[in-house]
Structures are given as C-alpha cells and as structure tokens.
Design a binder for this molecule. Sequence first.
Ligand SMILES: *Cc1c(COP(=O)(O)O)cnc(C)c1O
Length: 457
Amino acid sequence: MNADDLRRWDNEHVWHPFTPMLEYRADETPIIVAADGFDLIDIDGNRLLDGVCSLWCNVHGHRVPEIDQAIRDQLDRVSHSTLLGLANEPSILLAKELVDHAPRGLTKVFYSDSGATAVEAALKIAFQYHRQKSPKQEHRDLFVTLDGAYHGDTIGAVSLGAMDVFHATYRDLLFRKLTVPTPVTYRVPAGHTPESYLDYCYAQLQRVIAENHQKIVAFVIEPLVQGAAGMLVHPEGYLKRVRELTHAFDVPLIADEVAVGFGRTGTLFACEQEDVCPDILCLAKGITGGYLPLAATLTTDEIYNAFLAEPKEGKTFYHGHTYTGNPLGCAAALASLRLFDINDVLGNVRTIGARLHERLNQFSQHCRFVGEVRQRGTMIGIELVKDRESRQPFSADIRLGQQITRAARRRGAFIRGLGDVVVLMPAPAMPVALIDRLCDIAFESINEVMERLSNSP
Ligand SMILES: *Cc1c(COP(=O)(O)O)cnc(C)c1O
C-alpha cells in the first residue's frame, strides 16, 4: 500500500486510543508494517527499537519462531470456538499452566480479552461472592484502591481508578470507593518528612481497612509498581502489609498484575517477591508474550465455591465475552510460558535490570533535569523536573513527553511517556546490547529536548 494514502486514511478514519487527535494528525506517525526481533519496521523501511514493549505487553520480542509456530499450528486446527457450552484444548492446558505457576491457592481461571475486562470480572466476582457465601454479607459495597490507581478504561475499572486526567470526566457515572495514599515520597505534603509520610501512609492503610472492613468488597492493588501513575515503586514490605491487614480483617485482595505480571519486575508474578497470595489475580498484557488479546482472572476455591449451586438458585456468574478463552491466544500464551524456562527470561531480567540501573544512575548524575529515577526490574520511570531542588514540574503546555517521543523516533526508538515521566520498558528478553542502545537513544533524546527548552525564553 502507498504510504501517503495510508497516512491520509489513518488521519481520516482511525481514532487512536489515549491520543489527542488534533496533535496526532499534525504529526507524521510511523505506520508499522513489520517487525524483526525487538525492532518495529515502518512503511518507509525505518527501524524503531521497541522501547516500551508495544505498550507494556511484548515479552520475547516480535516474530518469535516458537510463538509464531504455535499460533500457526492452532490456526490449522481451529481459530475460535466458544467457551459457552463448549471447551477447547488450549484454554484447558493454559489454565493448568497458569494455576501451576501462580501464587498458591489460585486454582480457577476465568478468561477474557484485556486488562480492563480481567479487572471487571474480578470486581463482579468479588461483589457477588459476598452475596452468595455463607453466611452472606450483602452490605459489602465498597472497594478500596490506592491514589493514582489505574486498572483499565471500562466503567468498573475507571471507578477504581484515581488519576484525574483519565477519570475525572466520568465522575458522575462511577461507583463510590475508598482510597488510601500511595506510599511514595518524592513529593510529600507540607509538614511531612519522607519518613513521617510513609508512617502516615501505613497508618491510613490500617485505619481505612479497620474502620470499614465490614463494608469492603475487596482491596485492589497494582503490586509493587503503579504503572500508569508514573511507575511509582512501593517500598519493600508494603504489599505484604496490605495482605496481612486484609487477612486480619477478612477482606479479599485483588492483585492487578496486568502490567507487572510475566517477568517485568524480576519474578514471573510480582506478588511472589513478598510471598503474597491474593484471593484474585488479574492477568493480561504479557500473558501471550504480547501477541494477542487474552486475559485471565484467577480465583481461589473459596471464592469459586460460592458460585456452585443448582441453576435455579441463581448463583451463576452471568458474565463473559464472545472471544473468552480464544484458542489462538491460549496457544500463544502456552508457547510464551515455555519460553520463560527455555530462555531463562527471568535470569535475563536480572542482568538487564542491573545494567539499566547502572546506566540510569550515571545519567541522572549528569542531567540536572532528572528529578527521580524509579525502577523495578524492566519497569522504569524517569521523572523530569524544571528544577531539581524544588521539584517543580514543567508546564503541561510544553508537551514534554511528546517532544521526547519524537526525538527518540528520529534516533530509531519508540518510547512513550506518561506526562513528564519518560517510560522505558524493554522486553524482559531484550539482550544487553539493545538495552544500551535504548538507553543511548533515550538519554540523547532527553538531553536534546532539555537543551532546546533551556535555550528558549
Ligand atoms: C494496562 C493496564 C490495565 C488495562 O489493560 P487493557 O488491556 O489496556 O485493558 C489494567 N491494569 C493495569 C495495572 C494496567 O497497566
């Protein structure tokens, strides 16, 4: 296809997600036509190193022979058959594998197709569970989340969310929730030191759960790292504390591992690092190696058993999506899981995590606009500030993230930030040499934009 026609039709007909379309249409966005390893290739033949894993989902690179072959083999059998009244082989095998790999006690797998739908299913399962368990607790109608939470863009997931830029518009459509403060200390309220603020966060966590536990449906958390909020890294032990408190007050814990799952933080699932077993686990993004839309919501027997009853008792989970348990997606996910072992992907995360740490350290010492570098495994946020001392942010009108994205694109990498936070999220399987290239490009791009801003009045 002719590049000019495609660009015109893209501008005329495609509404891109999370995208100010006026700005987008004025830009010359690459049109991806192929990929090779960790590079995306655009219609003009330019290569772009995939610096954010095609939005946090790719794991082993693109066109991985083993995953490609698994999907082809499945294509030769059947592409889709429903899970409503039928079963299919890949979805059974994958459920078994997920249960074997997941934290203890998660034994049941409910499939859907995106992170938001995995969370949406979790919410409804938790809500219904309390109404059907014995003795039932119908008064539970509040979820607890963290400030800055992001759990997806369907209305239930948005109700849990606490990011004004994304969520404020829909306030009147949303259900009520309780929030606890995010335990991070880069900016603390006046009158607090970092230490006193962390104490306050832990105290609030305890207070909100202790005072409301009889009304709480579930506590929902992105374990270890709050991605969309700007790669906010929780202090060690916070997740464990959440689990202790939710246990003590009999509140189910929903772990949204849509972003952190599948190796990104150094373990297959982030919960493992604090030896936490949630009651419900949400998985998506990396589950298929970043190949196909598939998601899973795992639960315990305890929860699942509350739905076991004669049909006339009305305890069925009446929820699902047409492509639930899609065989192609499940086949890709099975192949991806096998590659974790074959290629020691978690070992690679340790290696490249250390390299990233070293490079980020050097860079932040030299660039006076780096306010804070946040990292857990391969998840990285570099917060840029106008003034390091006062931590004053840049004006939003500058479109800093967008400028850096463009500068990186000219140098041959695709990165996409969150406001003034430059995000790097290399694939867990990316080799060290490419990590160095990604760092070079990202740092040069930041320097270029910072120099331009320093020189403009
Ligand atoms: C991306 C994300 C979601 C939503 O996933 P989609 O597949 O985009 O619907 C949910 N939770 C977290 C933590 C995420 O990062």
